[in-house]
Design a protein around this ligand. Structure first.
Ligand SMILES: Nc1ncnc2c1ncn2[C@@H]1O[C@H](COP(=O)(O)OP(=O)(O)OP(=O)(O)O)[C@@H](O)[C@H]1O
Ligand SMILES: [Mg+2]
Length: 246
């Protein structure tokens, strides 16, 4: 079973951190033990989206450089029994985190957690490359525009060339009005034309923006269509049953 998920994107701002936080929160609410790792070094946001910004003292660079014990940098998220999180360093740090560090970190975390979810920055960079060997599955978050979809495709190829061949797309910020107007591709044509399996779609919804701003994952509000979206996406990824193309 895949345990370590890498959340990445071609373009910036597609919703990676929002997705990582909510996938982690959903799995934790289902009783799984989940570790969220912020690898967006120098541009961290995960602490904010989890409402944990005032609790962070040590970060991943501190833990990897031996400045603190791992347990000091791994915080239990407020309001959850089994969701933990490790912050990225707040500014560009010259203590480089290598693939050896990431593999060693994930090997330890896999002993204590059901799932490890690593949130990377946009595009291709050293933190992403360092995280690839530790991961078994990539979730590439894209917006539904052609440019974003093409960059997602480029990233999936890059991951595959670097040994991570199991990738899913999540298409976020779906705007049904733009689909109806023909400005962005409809869902079935996205599924049919994508070389990468699509695990699901998430609609553009201002409640998501409000939830990231408040620091409370949107999946904590039960019964919303967004929570259902996340349930379906998690189910498809964990059972390896993406949307069928036809
Ligand atoms: N489906 C959605 N509907 C509305 N707003 C969304 C949706 N998904 C994400 N957002 C908003 O978009 C913004 C960017 O999201 P987020 O920070 O998760 O993107 P990111 O891909 O992690 O960005 P970066 O590339 O900078 O790391 C946030 O304000 C978030 O609330
Ligand atoms: Mg982010």
């Amino acid at each position: 079973m895949d345990k370590v998920f890498l959340v990445a994107s071609g373009k910036g701002g597609t919703g990676k951190t929002m997705f990582a936080v909510n996938l982690g929160a959903l799995l934790a609410r289902c009783g799984k033990r989940v570790a969220l790792i912020d690898m967006d070094l120098g541009m961290r946001n995960m602490d904010l989206y989890l409402g944990m910004e005032n609790r962070v003292v040590f970060n991943i660079a501190d833990a990897m450089s031996g400045m603190c014990r791992l347990s000091k940098a791994l915080l239990k998220v407020n309001g959850f029994d089994s969701l933990y999180f490790m912050a990225a360093s707040p500014r560009k740090d010259d203590r480089q985190i290598t693939s050896k560090h990431m593999s060693a970190l994930c090997d330890i975390l896999k002993k204590y957690f059901d799932y490890v979810i690593i949130d990377c920055g946009a595009g291709i960079g050293q933190p992403l490359e360092a995280s690839i060997p530790a991961a078994q599955c990539a979730i590439v978050v894209t917006e539904p525009e052609v440019a974003s979809l093409r960059d997602a495709d480029t990233l999936v190829n890059f991951l595959s060339d670097h040994g991570l061949r199991n990738s899913y797309l999540v298409v976020n910020k779906i705007d049904n009005e733009l689909i109806t107007a023909g400005v962005i591709p409809d869902i079935q044509s996205m599924i049919n034309s994508s070389a990468t399996p699509i695990a699901g779609m998430i609609e553009m919804d201002r409640r998501i923006r409000i939830s990231t701003g408040r620091g409370v994952p949107i999946v904590c509000t039960e019964g919303t269509p967004i929570e259902e979206n996340f349930r379906q996406i998690a189910g498809r990824i964990l059972t390896d049953q993406p949307f069928p193309a036809y």
